[in-house]
Design a binder for this molecule. Structure first.
Ligand code: ZN
Ligand code: ZN
Length: 161
């Protein structure tokens, strides 16, 4: 049995459960995340889609354009518009859960800081943090167990990437 982490939107209309810990956590300092969140960065927990169970409500997808041309769907509460998770590239099998919508958000800290070339100057990063000016190699950074989980989910979904 996996550990269960409860989460939800600000108004409470959408509630979800994350089954188990994420495979990896990004703190993304890119300008898209800054503008879309209105904050200095976004904290995303990467987890298999089938480990996120919607308990109440129905998040709606808002399509964002990206530089890569691949769609980026942000799932929001239809009522309060809190962003709950993203599906980058519309993979369908992996979600980027917004860590701050989890009740136990304080337990999750970033494994990598990415796109720090656009990090706001007054945000300091902890000593020893894994910092990347742009993107990074997941093969080099992810623990073997997470790489295996990701591959299993991708193959199960019959996806190429
Ligand atoms: Zn809401
Ligand atoms: Zn970003």
């Amino acid at each position: 049995m996996s550990e269960i982490f409860e989460g939800g939107c600000f108004c409470g209309k959408v509630r979800y459960r994350m089954h188990g810990r994420p495979m990896f956590i990004h703190c993304c300092h890119c300008t898209d995340c800054q503008q879309q969140t209105g904050g200095a960065f976004a904290i995303n927990a990467l987890i298999e889609t089938d480990r996120v169970e919607i308990v109440e409500g129905e998040p709606v997808a808002v399509v964002m354009n990206t530089d890569s041309g691949l769609p980026h769907d942000i799932y929001r509460c239809p009522e309060c518009q809190t962003a709950l998770w993203s599906d980058y590239g519309r993979r369908g099998w992996m979600l980027f859960v917004r860590v701050q919508t989890l009740e136990r958000r304080a337990e999750f800290s970033p494994d990598v800081h990415i796109f720090t070339r656009s990090k706001v100057a007054w945000v300091g990063l902890p000593e020893g943090a894994n910092v990347f000016e742009n993107y990074y190699s997941s093969k080099a950074m992810w623990p073997a167990e997470s790489v295996a989980r990701r591959e299993t989910a991708r193959i199960k979904a019959g996806a190429k990437r």
